[in-house]
Design a protein around this ligand. Sequence first.
Ligand code: NAD
Length: 291
Amino acid sequence: MPDGTIRAITGHTELLGLIAYPIRHSMSPRMHNLALAELDLDYAYLAFEVDTDQLADAVTGLRALRVRGWNVSMPNKMAILPLLDDLSPAARMVGAVNTVVNDDGHLTGHVTDGIGYMTALREAGIDPAGRRITMIGAGGAGTAIAIQAALDGVERIDIFNRRDAVWPVAEHTVQTIAEQTSATAVLHDLDDIEDFRACVAASSVLANATNVGMGTLKDLSPLPDPEVLRPDLFVSDVVYSPARTLFLAQAEAAGCRTMNGLGMMLHQGAAAFELWTGTPMPLNQIRAELF
Ligand code: NAD
């Protein structure tokens, strides 16, 4: 299919989209429209700048228009919960939604960020089931990853966070994992270096789920002690812009295999695409066009 074109829009074309603020920078419209074009599916995907003060009106309109489904990004991921009819088990546990499916006016919220991360990890040849993961960061991305890791059979997740506004969120995540999965999750203060060393030494994966390494923090690494890096440790970052954060550069220098956030991005989108259309996203074509 030609690069970036969408099929002719007719009276049958259905709408998909994304509601967030700000959103104009998003890769999702290009990714989904490419996939739809590749499969000749009669949908179009558009980005809508919707802030929380217009969220309820937007959801009422999307429901009334029978829009098949949409992604939800900040600041709406938690605010949308009371506006939906149902939640997937993972969305209920995470307390956030990034994908809504509209079945004839019945709205179900899903969260595919954690699925995206775990799929990317397995694609990189790492199956962490029955093993340990150490994560830095327990905000939106970290919560989704920790809960999906627990649902996917990871034995233990050690979460390190600063004692900032996210700390109580992390406490709640650890409690949810204990109550609703067979995994163990333990929250640690990121300042506790000895604890960090011990957890990484017992883990096969070290994951950055903070925004340290991008934007104004792009020259920083979240790693409290680079000495923990060893060649058989797999190191991942949720950040994909820049593609190689300082954290991943430190890991590469120590001989670790690494993965940036692009795979997570791709696979969270692929999971949403399949929920809406019932068809797997053509991943190879999307990779060839976008990454
Ligand atoms: P958030 O604001 O909910 O959480 C931020 C986290 O970073 C918190 O744990 C916070 O304590 C920690 N943090 C912030 N500054 C820090 C510092 N200086 N030192 C140590 N920790 C610090 O954000 P979020 O929604 O979880 O997003 C985090 C990152 O994940 C962003 O870079 C976002 O772009 C990325 N993300 C990527 C994907 C993907 O598909 N690859 C999906 C979602 C989010």
